[in-house]
Design a protein around this ligand. Sequence first.
Ligand SMILES: Nc1nc2c(ncn2[C@@H]2O[C@H](COP(=O)(O)O[C@H]3[C@@H](O)[C@H](n4cnc5c(=O)[nH]c(N)nc54)O[C@@H]3COP(=O)(O)O)[C@@H](O)[C@H]2O)c(=O)[nH]1
Length: 823
Amino acid sequence: MSGIVQDITERKLAEAKLIESEKSLRTLLDTIPDLIWLKDPEGVYLSCNSRFQEFLDLSEERIIGKTDYDLFDPSIADAYRKNDKIVLDSGKVHMNEEDANYADGHITQLETTKTPVHAPDGSLVGVLGIGRDITERKRAESDLTESERRFRATFDQAAVGIARVAPDGHWLEVNEKLSEIVGYSREELLEKTFQDITYPDDLDADLALVKEVLSGKRKTYSMDKRYIKSSGALVWIRLTVSLVRDDDGEPLYFISVIEDIDQRKKNAEKLIEAAAVFRSTGEGVTITDHEGNILDVNDAFTRITGYSRDEVIGRNPRVLQSGRHDKHFYEDMWHQLLENGQWHGEIWNRSKNGTVYPEILTISSVDPDDGGPKKYVGVFADISSLKATEARLDHLAHHDSLTGLPNRLLFRDRLIHSLASSERKGTKVAVVFLDLDRFKNINDTLGHGVGDQLLVEVSERITRITRAGDTVGRISGDEFCLVLEDLHLSIEVIPVVEKVIQIFADPFEVESHILRVSSSIGIALYPDNSKDADALLSFADAAMYEAKEAGRNTYCFYTREMTEQAQEHSFVQSALREAQDQSQFYLVYQPQIDLNTNNLVGLEVLSRWQHPTRGLIPPNMFIPVAEQSGLIRQLGAWILRTATTQARAWLDEGHEFGRVYVNVAGPQLHDAGFPELVKSCLTESGLPPERLGLEVTESFAMRASEHAFEVLSSLRDMGIELAIDDFGTGYSSLSYLKQLPVHKLKIDQSFVRDIPVDPNDMAIAEAVISMGRALNLKVIAEGVEKQEQAAFLYGKGCQEAQGYLYSRPLKPEQFEEWMAQTM
Ligand SMILES: Nc1nc2c(ncn2[C@@H]2O[C@H](COP(=O)(O)O[C@H]3[C@@H](O)[C@H](n4cnc5c(=O)[nH]c(N)nc54)O[C@@H]3COP(=O)(O)O)[C@@H](O)[C@H]2O)c(=O)[nH]1
């Protein structure tokens, strides 16, 4: 019994122990934070801990005996079952990660370990599953990956080079930028040390700093140093190094940050150079702000302008303006500066002491590095001496070195210029080509020195007789040329040419040689011969040869007619003086008839010149020459005196002739004493003023000066009648005519000649008559030779006529006869 009692007690004790141990195990399993479950080989749940029950929010009783298909969605159940089968088939532990959807809706990530479970007899009990919540771990891993990614991106895309460097100097890791800076690929760099690519001169300093960091003396260091690039070129970099140590304080690696400062270094060097240049350059430098205020100037500025730095800082460069440029010049300068960022040119400035000097100036706009408003840098040099040299060179290039006269080049330029200005003014230009006769003989016999000296003296004599506006040039050897401007008539050149010939009248004395020299002169006229400068020069040259042919010491015009005219002119001029002395002149009188009554109403006085050898010289030949030479004053006074005396005599003899009309030339009316002359002639002769008329040409009346106006007015006020001769040949306007103090218009005979054939002449004559009527002026026609002409003119309202139809100009005794017969 005791044995039985003892057996039962032991068994009970063993059972109790087992129960106790299961309880402990259960408690343990429920305490573990992992999900634990046991399924038989068919997937039926045999057991699970309380975490697993929480997962499904079901009690163990409701889980035991169920499969995954009872508890989860079929797709999830399939996945679970598939993993279980892997374990069952392989007999090995299987791990995987999967999402777990808790019954309360939250999702976790589980790391599941599935283990095959065998009974002590080796039979398969099922699959033990342990599910560990790895949500936090996964998040941490993901954060780390992201952080790593960001770091990598920063590392690779950094604008500076970044590297990990081993304590011995090997590159461990380098970024793109560092490769770019040194020109080595990442792979190439990783095979090198920093010592390999450091410029030897900079290595010791670097290694010393490395040593200090390794020893703990300093934590980091920075330095500017040079790397040798793969190309062999050097590149300046700024290096910043820090050391990373392990937990035991042992050096792990360096972190190096490498900044490319090559350009900055070069800029700085340039700035240093620029500053040195600024201080030491010989060119003046002005730096102004965007408002034009001077910020700085250099020493050369002070030397050139005379202003000290302190005197101009804050002031505008306007302080230097010379006043030689107008506002458009400065506007254009600013326009170019703003448009192109630069202006370059010559400018005249005024220094402190008032000297105006030329500068060559370049102004550039500069954008400051700090992005502030533009600044302007002006660099200038005083080019006074350059200008003087330039002027000297220019003079040399354009002047004959022997005589100092313009050479052919400049002479031609001046000629072209004269032609252009004469075209505008409607005047003539004469090109006078002069060649010394037999100059070669002087050179050959007396030597070139004498020849040269003679040329200098000739040039001086020519220059002395020309006007300021005329150009004299030495064209070559013994050839000189003159340009004479502002001529109205071709013949106006003659007095000048004669003066030129005259300069050779006196001999030249050179080195005690008395030289008698003459010249041959050729003349070409613009626009008569040509409008082209070169053609005029060659025509004048050709005319000069004509003069040589003609026996030298004379002049020739380019055309024979002109030469003849000139010769005639020359003859008339010299003969005129003698003629006046020797009373070769006489007057003729041509009657003027009233077309209505056929009565004699006037006599036009016309002069005649009876030359002892040439015979009768017409007034057209000598009046213009007399006008030009000034002899007209003397001749005009004689005509007036003779005519008034004759008229008075006829009055006394009882001849009724109306008025006697005397032609008056322009130069006579310019004479302030003319009204006095008229008065004295009237007084002396006793002719009443109402018996006198004066005729002035339309061309003169049109150009009449204010003074001539006054003279005409005072004559009119004396009771003298004034007529405009040759009317229709000029361009009188009604408004101008209205102001003229005249009484009568004389239709020029050129418009009468072809009446009644030429409709144009008839129209002009008719227009003049209408004009006279409109202005309340009498109208007389001259050159009336036919009755039809008289009839036409009378029909149109012309009051008076003169011409061969009535009488030719008559000598006094002829006139008296004519009176006796006709009146
Ligand atoms: N300042 C002065 N000018 C004078 C003087 N004497 C003359 N002149 C001017 O000279 C020009 C020419 O004059 P002249 O050769 O005397 O000719 C005049 C007449 O003879 C001529 N005439 C007259 N009737 C006829 C005619 O029917 N047919 C024709 N073919 N010719 C004719 O006309 C001239 C008159 O000219 P005008 O003076 O325009 O009336 C001439 O311009 C004179 O003015 C003088 O002393 N001083």
